[in-house]
Ligand binder design. Sequence first.
Ligand code: AMP
Ligand code: MG
Length: 420
Amino acid sequence: MTSALKPPPLRNDCFALPAGVHWTPVEDALAMLRDRLTPITAVETIKIAHAMGRVLAASVFASRANPPLPNTAVDGYGFAGGRPDGAHVLFLLEERAAAGPMLDLDVPEGHAVRILTGAALPVGVDTVVLQEDVTTQAGQVAFNGPIKVGANTRRAGEDVQADEIILKVGRRVTVADMAIMAATGVREVSVRKPLRVAVISTGDELVEAGQSAKQDQIYDANRPMLLAMITSMGHESVDMGRCADDRAALGEVLDNAAAQADVILTSGGASSGDEDHVSALLTEAGAMQLWRIAIKPGRPLALGMWNNTPVFGLPGNPVAAMVCTLIFARPAMAQLAGAGWSDPVGFDVPAGFSKSKKAGRREYLRARMRDGRVEAFGSEGSGRISGLSWADGLVELSEGAQQINDGDLVRYIPFGSLDL
Ligand code: AMP
Ligand code: MG
């Protein structure tokens, strides 16, 4: 393992908004995050066996071709192709070519050799006839033409050539990538250290899940959700627990979080009320921006820096917390993790609902596909956690949309496209 190299920290003003803007469109907010956030995770070299889910810090090149030698794709009989139409009778050699060490044999004209899937083609063989298509008897093999030269074989490098780029910098290594790296002889890859994301819940009303709660208390639902989202997005979560609505106490938790993590997500206390201590503290630290984004669901986002660590102050309502994390924190964290910016993949599908909407803001509905149409959850209340479980994705309604009728095309983004 080489020593880890860490990029410089972000600028303190990386979340600054242009002056005079009242409600920032989602697109502008995303463009600001895309342009100002840079990778902040260190780079290390690891063996490919450990690369699953890691973000590549450099493109990966094939060390050798796949396949390295021409070989047979089927069990059958190999010979020199280019034979005309009609019946063929070839002399069958006694040797057999199987996967493993290459058969050291020159197959003469007019002869064929028994060959099994994966075996490298011996000299003199460029074509294979399927075993099901032949008859053999008394040292001879017979079949009907025509058979194309090269039939049932794989060319050397037909999949990947040596020194070709197989995986690009910024890619998060997938299960399939594990196979292509192995197949092309790659041994080590340069990757980013996982992004460590701290999660803090704020609010005097909160109780830890699973413990007993008084009637006037509510369970902390955001923290388990956010911790799970971070893991699902390929980052490392750091659980900082709950914090009361107390400025000094929250300041300490933020100090601890900044010492351990690359990014901090808080939920609750992010608006500009008396008990909104996240925004108050960030403001005191002199690196706070209240992002009023034209989005529903979503209250203001408090974005700031705490001891050089970016903080995403999410709304307290679980639905808004989840949507804001998916729409803003997800791509921002990917950028910070070195994975680059990626817009979620969505599909235009017929609406299985109708609704009217205020123009000028973007809306996200809890949604799911049934029978080729997308359904929207019955209630848009931001505290309705059940709708998040009901849904398999989000419908994104553009700023301009005002009336959506049954059957109109709307954009559906499955949770899978949002790394969940
Ligand atoms: P706040 O943003 O702190 O004003 O909170 C907005 C709403 O979200 C309030 O009803 C809170 O009780 C609720 N809320 C805040 N944090 C959480 C949490 N961690 N889990 C569930 N609900 C929360
Ligand atoms: Mg609160």
